[in-house]
Design a protein around this ligand. Structure first.
Ligand SMILES: Cc1ncc(COP(=O)(O)O)c(C=O)c1O
Length: 394
């Protein structure tokens, strides 16, 4: 099946006459148990009794898991209550005291803060590197490295990392590679096909698409996902609500069509921004002069609706844009039908989230100046989006 068909049909049971032509929403928290079930242990999850208690599994969350696994070409998936729950569940399942994590030095702020502020409390060492540089990734790997985690495109500057190139470093060493592919979505990139062991998405973003449900997912091999389910689902309780799963299933049906339109609109908006006299720089993975344009062409089938720009390195102008936009919402998050933008001051994010110093901090400053706008281009008419930016920048 093509991805557009999978987004609507993958994982669904065969049609039954008289049943609704819609993904079923089953809000139940417990299920009639198999008589052999002996207690409340996580070990009681059997194929004979597919559902037991909703922290283990539920028919609606399971349908979403099967659909997401099919979209990313993985054997199995586990959905979580948020993208952060997916990342933290994966990290804490794979890492223990004495282990070492290598991660992208520029990544979603919540992930960066988890890595720099929380993991060291559990005795886990962390090295943040520019994962667009394969030599830097190789140099960061230590004998005790137990996970390499890459975000591509990376928040907020859309830096790209070569997944196949990094997998060629991690695979021979037996180190799992996880890829946060939230901004690419399975429509653009399938990291497992490129050698990654796990794919992570915040489903809150493009997958849901309507900004009305939080969610996250990890896709990978069946045995690894079963272990993750016991750890993060059953014991940590990071479970997704069936209603949120149902909203995300509804959103997924239009994901391929939405991504095509997000990409088309982003191309128009970035072209306008690049010609504007008050815009110092604008980046989009589809631009031929994106710093990793060659990687974009190789590993992205769709360039997504995310872009970033610098407005004359003038904080007063940044404030003016935030105050004046009308079609765009000045708001965080991304991947919604509505266009969003948000200003990220460079020194703030370096200090509070990335914890970068020296050459690594300077490399980020060289890209972003005093600050950058992260833009999630939505599905409105591009002429209306451009007119809105024009009056905001005037
Ligand atoms: C790339 C990326 N990963 C993970 C997350 C966290 O997802 P959530 O907000 O669903 O917890 C985000 C949120 O913005 C994100 O952009």
């Amino acid at each position: 099946m093509d991805v557009s068909t999978k987004a609507i049909h993958a994982g669904a049971a065969a049609a039954v006459t008289g049943e609704a032509v819609l993904s079923p929403l089953v809000p139940a928290t417990s299920f009639h148990a198999h008589p052999d079930a002996v207690g409340f242990s996580a070990a009681d999850l059997t194929t004979a009794a597919p559902h037991f208690y909703a922290r283990w599994s539920n028919p609606t969350t399971e349908l979403l898991e099967n659909r997401l696994a099919a979209l990313d070409g993985g054997e199995a998936a586990l959905v979580f209550g948020s993208g952060m729950a997916a990342v933290s569940g994966l990290f804490l399942n794979l890492l223990k005291a004495g282990d070492h994590l290598v991660l992208s030095d520029v990544s979603y702020a919540g992930v960066a803060e988890l890595a720099h502020e929380i993991l060291p409390r559990w005795g886990i060492a962390v090295t943040a590197v520019d994962t667009s540089d394969l030599a830097a990734v190789e140099a960061a790997i230590r004998p005790e490295t137990r996970l390499v985690h890459v975000e591509t495109p990376a928040n907020p500057i859309l830096r790209l990392s070569d997944i196949a190139g990094i997998a060629a470093l991690t695979r021979p060493r037996g180190i799992p590679l996880s890829v946060d592919s939230t901004m690419a979505t399975p429509i653009a990139t399938r990291p497992l096909d490129l050698g990654a062991d796990f794919v992570v998405h915040s489903l809150t973003k493009y997958a849901c698409g309507h900004g009305d449900a939080l969610g996250g997912v990890v896709v990978g091999r069946r045995d690894a996902i079963a272990e993750l389910r016991r750890f993060a689902g059953i014991h940590l309780g990071a479970t997704l609500s069936p209603f949120a799963a149902w909203l995300i299933l509804r959103g997924l049906e239009t994901l391929p069509a939405r991504m095509a339109l997000h990409e088309k609109n982003a191309a128009a908006v970035v072209a306008f921004l690049r010609d504007h006299p008050r815009v110092t720089a604008a980046w989009w993975p589809g631009s031929p002069d994106h710093p990793q344009a060659e990687i974009a062409r190789r590993q992205m089938k769709n360039f997504s609706g995310m872009l970033a720009f610098r407005a004359a390195d003038d904080l007063a102008l940044a404030r003016q844009i935030a105050e004046r936009v009308k079609v765009f919402s000045y708001a965080v998050s991304l991947g919604k039908t509505r266009s969003l933008l948000f200003h990220i001051p460079t020194e703030d994010i370096l200090r509070t989230s990335f914890h970068l110093e020296g050459a690594a901090a300077q490399a980020y400053r060289d890209v972003t100046g005093t600050g950058t706008f992260r833009v999630s281009v939505g599905l409105e008419d591009p002429a209306d989006l451009i007119a809105d930016l024009e009056q905001a920048l005037a």
